[in-house]
Design a protein around this ligand. Structure first.
Ligand code: PEP
Length: 247
């Protein structure tokens, strides 16, 4: 059974006041039948972990350094995230790839650091609009899959998130056929490389909302979603969780 996961990425949004949204989420989904994950800014991880302590909601980081400690001003290690109460970490989000020039090799090293700290890595891949229009989507994804996922990945320590860059925060969503094509392709690559490749969860991410979640979750090989904007408010994220529970 692949894990179904509704994951929220708060990005650089949230002060302690916004933890009220997490409280509201745990009240609405006290015993969700799917995995629920919120990745708040690092400053809120410890408080967020306390907020969800008695509930079935996991907390994750949005990035980690590949090293465990050292002279890396402003960075945070996977060990630190784990010590603060995180059990997941996003690696290779397109905003990290773009804003910080992260390479596939760096993302693989960060993901390995996540495994070493007993965190599950949510490894993100996705094509730009230009690559989609050029017809190179699957080639681009192949390169990212080969380079960003460590050989030590398993279905237990890794979740893949397919996030077309042009769909993130834009309100644009690929057609269901496009999502199906990519997810089937990712599955093929995972099963070819890993003995438990058929068990990896593969999320779709990019402008998922309560209004489109059920249709996306009905696509074969879509095991959940990585959600940005619609994860900030419990009232917006809740219908996405419910759609996944009903999928
Ligand atoms: C994301 O940041 O990973 C994301 C998918 O954002 P949004 O849901 O806002 O498009």
């Amino acid at each position: 059974m692949r894990r179904k996961l509704a994951a929220g990425n708060w990005k650089m949004n949230g002060t302690p006041a916004e933890l009220a949204e997490l409280t509201a989420l745990t009240q609405t989904h006290d015993t969700p039948t799917v995995n629920v994950l919120i990745c708040p800014p690092s400053t809120l991880i410890a408080q967020a972990a306390n907020t969800v302590a008695d509930h079935k909601v996991a907390i994750g980081g949005q990035d980690c350094h590949a090293n465990t400690k050292g002279a890396h001003t402003g960075d945070i290690s996977a060990d630190m995230l784990a010590a603060a109460g995180a059990t997941y970490v996003i690696t290779g989000h397109s905003e990290r790839r773009t804003d910080h020039g992260e390479t596939d090799a760096q993302i693989a090293a960060k993901s390995q650091a996540a495994y070493d700290a007993k965190l599950t890595a949510v490894i993100c891949i996705g094509e730009t609009l230009g690559e989609r229009e050029d017809g190179t989507t699957l080639t681009v994804l192949d390169t990212q899959l080969a380079g960003s996922i460590p050989d030590t990945a398993t279905a237990a320590n890794t979740v893949i998130a397919y996030e077309p860059v042009w769909a993130i925060g834009t309100g644009k969503v690929p057609t269901l056929d496009q999502i199906a094509e990519v997810h089937a392709h990712i599955r093929t690559r995972l099963t070819a490389r890993f003995s438990d490749g058929d068990q990896f969860s593969v999320l779709y991410g990019g402008s998922v909302k309560g209004s489109n979640a059920a249709d996306i979750f009905a696509v074969p090989d879509v095991d959940g979603a990585l959600v940005g904007g619609a994860s900030l408010k419990a009232a917006d994220f809740s219908p996405i969780i419910t759609a996944l529970e009903n999928a």
